[in-house]
Design a protein around this ligand. Structure first.
Ligand SMILES: CC(C)(COP(=O)(O)OP(=O)(O)OC[C@H]1O[C@@H](n2cnc3c(N)ncnc32)[C@H](O)[C@@H]1OP(=O)(O)O)[C@@H](O)C(=O)NCCC(=O)NCCS
Length: 324
């Protein structure tokens, strides 16, 4: 059986660090409030990098880890809701930046914080069906462009970043075991941004509808319920038990959401990878960014079962199981 094996991971975050203490200067908040309610201590802000720059840098690192050339890639799928431009797609920009061969397929997927798992689901189906041999799957977002830096309820939560994986068509048991993607459009008002992205972070908007809006409390409750259900779906589909999972890499929105999900599964803390303390919620970038760190720290071994779970605007939610 042909599976999509993950043969390389990569990530990129911009250099500029914005700490909770820095935010105390913009809005009435405190490091204590932000870190106890969310687990976040600092985040990165893209000042010189566009989303496609971040995506290309993450992809370059993933290609290097995989030991293959951009010329080997025949599909690029990018999960993002903050593209450089309305069109062309971020994926086409990445193709150009990396020198991926002309004629490869490249497109974006819009699923907010679930963007990476949606992109993984699609790319996996292309690879498994034999349409693509090597695919780049990228998650990237630059929410600093969407945020109202005067709104303490949202500006403390998000950061900018990107992550990528390379999938390769291979025979055997290793690779993507399952992906499940879902949405419920009737809850769109929980988390949304009405207008296209303005060009740079911290820029004053002309109209307030250009800012990201969120119902934090309701989003929190739905996230806890939905992420738990999504993991159960992945476990049942693969006939595996929580104790068979080597590592859970969840969407990095809030440590309390992640902890509630972990406790529902009965997983010990060391089986859940988090890095939101340093990067905040990077939306579609969050899962591949955390995965890349976990891989580089040696937390994922050959044949380990790794689970992913996401939740985001749409509402969207998704899970994936991979045998490493
Ligand atoms: C946003 C979130 C951290 C707020 O935490 P919470 O415990 O629900 O806090 P509340 O919204 O109930 O606010 C409690 C109080 O803190 C205040 N507050 C909100 N943001 C604050 C901040 N940054 N600093 C200090 N106080 C803040 C509120 O105004 C409120 O004050 P009040 O009691 O005087 O009215 C939490 O709801 C959350 O994480 N939701 C999910 C968001 C998310 O993950 N979105 C992305 C999904 S992909």
């Amino acid at each position: 059986m042909i599976r999509s094996r993950v043969i390389g991971t990569g990530s990129y975050v911009p250099k500029k660090v914005l700490t909770n203490h820095d935010l105390e200067r913009f809005v009435e908040t405190s490091d204590e409030w932000i870190s106890t309610r969310t687990g976040i201590r600092e985040r990165r802000i893209a000042v010189d990098d566009t989303p496609s720059d971040m995506a290309a840098k993450a992809a370059k690192a993933a290609l290097k880890a995989a030991g293959i050339s951009p010329k080997d890639i025949d599909l690029i799928v990018v999960g993002t809701v903050t593209p450089d431009m309305t069109f062309p797609s971020t994926a086409c920009f990445v193709q150009g930046h990396l020198g991926v061969k002309s004629g490869a397929a490249a497109f974006d997927v819009s699923a907010a914080c679930s963007g990476f798992l949606y992109a993984l689901d699609i790319a996996d189906k292309y690879v498994k069906s034999g349409v693509a041999q090597k695919a780049l799957v990228i998650g990237v977002d630059q929410f600093s462009r969407l945020i109202d830096w005067k709104d303490r309820a949202t500006c403390v939560l998000f950061g900018d970043g990107a992550g990528a994986v390379v999938l390769s068509a291979e025979k055997g048991q290793r690779g993507v075991l399952s992906c499940h993607i879902h949405s419920d459009g009737k809850h769109w008002e929980m988390l949304y941004s009405e207008s296209p992205c303005p060009p740079s972070p911290f820029e004053e908007r002309k109209a307030t509808n250009q800012y990201l809006k969120m119902n934090g409390n309701e989003t929190f409750k739905i996230a806890v319920r939905t992420m738990g259900n999504a993991i159960t779906e992945a476990l049942e589909a693969n006939n595996i038990k929580p104790e068979d999972v080597a590592l859970l890499v969840p969407h990095q929105a809030n440590l309390r959401i992640i902890d509630a999900t972990r406790q529902r599964l009965g997983l010990p803390e060391e089986k859940v990878y988090t890095n939101l303390e340093r990067f905040g919620n990077t939306s579609a970038g969050s899962i591949p960014l955390a995965l890349d760190e976990a891989v580089r720290l040696g937390k994922v071994k050959e044949n380990d079962i790794v689970l992913f779970v996401s939740f985001g605007g749409g509402l969207t939610w998704a899970s994936a199981a991979v045998r490493w």
